[in-house]
Design a protein around this ligand. Structure first.
Ligand code: NI
Length: 199
């Protein structure tokens, strides 16, 4: 009889929980059964939450392990038609190096701060390395949204949440207010167009 492994959706720690404030410890053996199980559970959790990335401290495990993906459509939306995105990646004991001093502002959200978003400056061009779930070395250069996601996830390993990186806290917003403001803008534009037609 086959043993079916149940899918596990882990509880996500929210801002204020001590596990999100600490510096996470390096993973000893990326190929261990425990890490394999953690990765599987985090994949299920990330899929359930429909996020771009997840770091182990967000599921109450203070280890240096993150996962992320950038679908091509999302990358094009953020960075234009030439952007390629990034396949689903597990990164263990990651290191990031900025390849340029250039910082760009962009909107970020986080599963540990539900329903909020804010403008965060990040390095526009980075190199990152670490190990994947098979213990193989991953080394990539990343730009734009891909670089942003990696910097956001790796910050979780050092107890940093995106509001701590924001240059202007007045941009911190409930996502429902962003859609409400967008609707109001559209209504206003429609009204203006009507008024213009009416002379
Ligand atoms: Ni996050």
């Amino acid at each position: 009889m086959a043993i079916v492994q149940a899918m596990a959706i882990l509880k996500i720690a929210r801002m204020g929980h001590p596990v999100l404030k600490q510096v996470a410890a390096p993973v000893g053996d990326p190929k261990s059964a425990e890490i394999g199980q953690l990765i599987q559970d985090m994949i299920d959790t990330l899929a359930d939450a429909a996020g771009a990335g997840l770091a182990a401290p967000q599921v109450h495990i203070p280890l240096r392990l993150v996962m992320f993906h950038v679908p091509a459509a999302r990358a094009r939306e953020e960075d234009g038609e030439a952007a390629e995105g990034c396949p689903f990646t597990v990164l263990i004991n990651p290191e990031i190096e900025a390849l340029s001093e250039d910082m760009v502002e962009g909107v970020e959200a986080c599963l540990s701060l539900p329903d909020l978003a804010g403008m965060v400056p990040r390095y526009s061009h980075i190199r990152y390395r670490g190990f994947d779930h098979r213990g193989e070395t991953v080394e990539r250069e990343a730009e734009g949204f891909h670089a942003r996601v990696v910097q956001h996830e790796c910050d979780h390993l050092d107890g940093i949440l995106y509001p701590m990186r924001m240059a202007d806290l007045s941009t911190l917003t409930f996502t429902s207010e962003i859609s409400r403001a967008r609707e109001a803008e559209l209504d206003e534009a429609e009204e203006e167009a009507e008024n213009a037609e009416n002379g």
